[in-house]
Ligand binder design. Sequence first.
Ligand SMILES: Cc1cc2nc3c(=O)[nH]c(=O)nc-3n(C[C@H](O)[C@H](O)[C@H](O)COP(=O)(O)OP(=O)(O)OC[C@H]3O[C@@H](n4cnc5c(N)ncnc54)[C@H](O)[C@@H]3O)c2cc1C
Length: 337
Amino acid sequence: MKILNHFSLKNYTTFGIEAKAEQFVAVHSVADLKSILEQNKTKKKFVLGGGSNMLLTKNIEALVIHIDLKGKKILKEDADFVWVESQAGENWHEFVLYTIEQNFGGLENMSLIPGNVGTTPVQNIGAYGTEIKDTFVSCEAMNIENQEIKTFTKEECHFGYRESVFKNEVKDQYIIVSVVFKLRKQNHKINTSYGDITAELEKNKVTTPTLKDVSNAVIAIRKSKLPDPAELGNSGSFFKNPILLKADFEPIHQKFPEMKFFDISETEVKVPAGWLIEQAGLKGKRFGDAGIHKNQALVLVNYGNATGQEILDVSKIVQDTVYNMFGIHIEAEVNII
Ligand SMILES: Cc1cc2nc3c(=O)[nH]c(=O)nc-3n(C[C@H](O)[C@H](O)[C@H](O)COP(=O)(O)OP(=O)(O)OC[C@H]3O[C@@H](n4cnc5c(N)ncnc54)[C@H](O)[C@@H]3O)c2cc1C
């Protein structure tokens, strides 16, 4: 394990923004992670997975620990289910494809989400009507302070919409080293109701979709809608869809009857942030090398040499414009550092 000094993180985040790590180390085993933490007790640490959910606005004055633990295995199975464990550094999309090849169902709607398996519980990733919490069993995480491994059950993770205990109660205290999912071996619960999946399957003349068909449809839709970070730096949806109490939403809705919304509980609605940004006239707007994507108003992009601060400035313009127009605050989904 080699600790590197003044290490460029430009190729380690999907925004492709230049920022230096004071120190950088890639860890390939739990034992390496333990010894790095033991040897650097007093140093500030920063955990890096695939870098697809962070905006670096400055150099990181810390030891950046890049989680690169590999491996996956079947822990147990019964007639209907299989419990699969993946190490934190496995690429998420490759892991999803592996489960589909084995005919294990449950993750197919989350195909092509960038990043690592170990980061998926951090914000309870989700797409096309599925979230990680639907198949998550537990994860093992190392306590940064004392290097003890703790198993977090699903209940202990306090999953919410793009939220978990790792973003709140135990933020910066644990490094997730492995995750266990419970997946279906048969009687798959194919979910094509969300977004354009049904239309995409119809286009391909698929009438009884398999896991692979659903995954292929999701991949095709995502490729047509979202910019590829390899071509245009971005971090996916920059903002969360705001959740409002129905009582607060009602007067706003009266003023803007065309506003889109979804009931999420008896008392709350979710409003698509992309719609608000588009209505505010910001879709496709560019400020130097930072901007709002031309097809996806939720996605902020780096056209080449934007700094993290410039992207952050654009995000503030978006938040202020939306607030001034609708009185709704939209919160960043991306981790801003
Ligand atoms: C084009 C694109 C599309 C996307 N689409 C979606 C989508 O549909 N749904 C969705 O939910 N997300 C989406 N995302 C966001 C992102 O892919 C996910 O949040 C992903 O899980 C981030 O993983 P990562 O390994 O890249 O995390 P990183 O960006 O490396 O880290 C994110 C945060 O987690 C912390 N962290 C990283 N690894 C660990 C660990 N092992 N233990 C503890 N903390 C850790 C970091 O310190 C940081 O705070 C998209 C991103 C892009 C670029």
